[in-house]
Design a protein around this ligand. Structure first.
Ligand SMILES: O=C(O)C(=O)C[C@]1(C(=O)O)C=C[C@@H](O)C=C1
Length: 132
């Protein structure tokens, strides 16, 4: 059986005549464990997953940066623990083996990395890129 494909498509409804660009989509091969019988094969599968994860993390940080600019108080000062708990609870439904406690640690690192990038971007806009 071929690898499964995870397709993320956060599409807007298409109105007739709408010429705004479509969202990009990411197609990821999900390796079936029974197809992996050597370290090399398993590592190659990990590399494929990590490339997709990195692309998603990069885009997540950019989208979280948009949230920081739209919120009345953005950045670390506007951190929202309730929203972070919601995110972890929703993710735990897709990752029951990892579970909420491990996911909370992972997402804390992901969210903090995004906030760091958005604060650097804000500083660059204020001071110019030389201050970086
Ligand atoms: O949803 C927000 O309010 C955000 O600022 C985004 C985000 C995130 O990266 O998902 C970042 C910080 C908040 O503590 C919660 C969530």
């Amino acid at each position: 059986m071929p690898d499964q494909t995870l397709q993320t498509a956060a599409r807007r409804d298409e109105a007739p005549g709408d010429r705004t660009p479509r969202n990009e989509e990411l197609r990821v091969a999900i390796p079936r464990l029974e197809t992996l019988s050597t370290v090399e094969e398993a590592r190659a599968a990990i590399d494929g997953i990590d490339a997709a994860l990195a692309a998603l993390l990069e885009r997540r940080a950019a989208v979280a940066g948009v949230v920081q600019r739209l919120k009345p108080v953005g950045g670390f000062a506007g951190r929202c623990p309730d929203r972070e708990r919601q995110i972890v609870a929703a993710m735990a439904e897709h990752a029951p083996t990892l579970g909420p406690e491990r996911l909370a640690r992972i997402m804390n690192a992901v969210i903090e990395a995004g906030l760091e990038v958005s604060e650097l971007d804000r500083k660059n806009v204020q001071d110019g890129p030389r201050a970086r």
